[in-house]
Design a binder for this molecule. Structure first.
Ligand code: MG
Length: 300
């Protein structure tokens, strides 16, 4: 159901300059008939795709999306040489193959983090299109890195509603960008230095629709092992209703070294080389999806 195209292991992968350990999980939830989320968790690529479009089309879209990422040669070699430009090429391929396969009737969100190296230093290259989310817990500070491409995010940005109102807004599931459908298919990218002890959370909206950021933060900062944290988050989402498919990846970074072999203990300045803060245009969600959003099954 959920493609894991490359070999995956939740155990620590010890590589020069950085060891990653990670956990992952997905659950259909309590209301949906299908799980239309897909994910990939294989050093150096960690990403979640949330498919949309009825009758298994969403599953096809999200599956094609993660398979497109899995085709990157870096997955076979483990090289940390991916760039935003390279990622963009693979996303374009994913976008066209989804359109071909589904006639643009299905789409998918995509968010995640790719571990890359620049000048001998490790970075999280975070990408996002749609309203799945990537968060970072770093040096005790927990924050959402990705910015949702959604109608409610636009209303929040415009100061028309608060973030709290967005969580219960009737159109909170309407995304303004997606791969495979609509006119807006461009991803945003962020480049963040990997700090010692960083914990990255990548999740579909089946998690963030059920749990507040505070609740998520509490679990992430109290459950040590990444797989245990994933399991705790999914269980909490199910306890709170499990109204959507929920997919979670947690990645921990340890033994972060620079190219001189020096462990980095102090935060380095953020390098926002790839920041794109393009504001989404007016919503482009097609009519059938917009109508379907009247109930909560509008997006899967
Ligand atoms: Mg969803």
């Amino acid at each position: 159901m959920n493609p894991q195209p490359a070999s995956v292991s939740p155990d620590a992968e010890n590589r020069p300059g950085l060891s990653l350990s990670y956990g992952y999980g997905t659950d259909r939830g309590l209301r949906r008939e299908l799980n239309e989320d897909s994910f990939i968790a294989s050093d150096p690529v960690f990403a979640v795709a949330d498919g949309m479009g009825g009758h298994e089309a969403g599953e096809i879209a999200s599956g094609m999306c993660v398979r497109a990422l899995a085709a990157m040669p870096q997955l076979a070699t483990g090289e940390r040489s991916v760039t935003a430009a390279v990622l963009q090429q693979y996303l374009l391929r994913a976008d066209s193959s989804i359109r071909e396969a589904t006639g643009a009737r299905a789409g998918t969100t995509l968010t995640g983090a790719v571990v890359v190296e620049q000048m001998g230093m490790p970075y999280w290259l975070v990408l996002n299109i749609g309203d799945s989310r990537t968060y970072r817990l770093s040096q005790g500070h927990f924050a959402q890195v990705s910015v949702d491409h959604s109608e409610v995010q636009e209303l929040v940005d415009a100061g028309e509603i608060t973030a709290a109102q967005a969580t219960v807004h009737p159109r909170r599931h309407v995304v303004t960008r997606a791969l495979g459908t609509g006119d807006e298919t461009e991803a945003d990218y962020w480049l963040l230095p990997v700090e010692e002890g960083d914990r990255i959370l990548i999740c579909s909206d089946g998690l963030t629709g059920e749990l507040t950021d505070d609740h998520i933060h509490r679990i992430l900062s109290t459950v040590a092992h990444p797989q245990d944290a994933v399991d705790a988050l999914i269980q909490a989402a199910l306890r709170n209703g499990g109204r959507d498919n929920v997919t979670v990846i947690v990645v921990d970074a340890r033994n972060v070294m620079n190219d001189a072999g020096i462990a980095t203990t102090a935060p380095r300045p953020t390098v926002d080389a790839e920041v794109e803060v393009t504001l989404p245009r007016a919503q482009i969600v097609d009519a059938s999806r917009a109508a379907a959003n009247e109930d909560e099954s509008g997006k899967h």
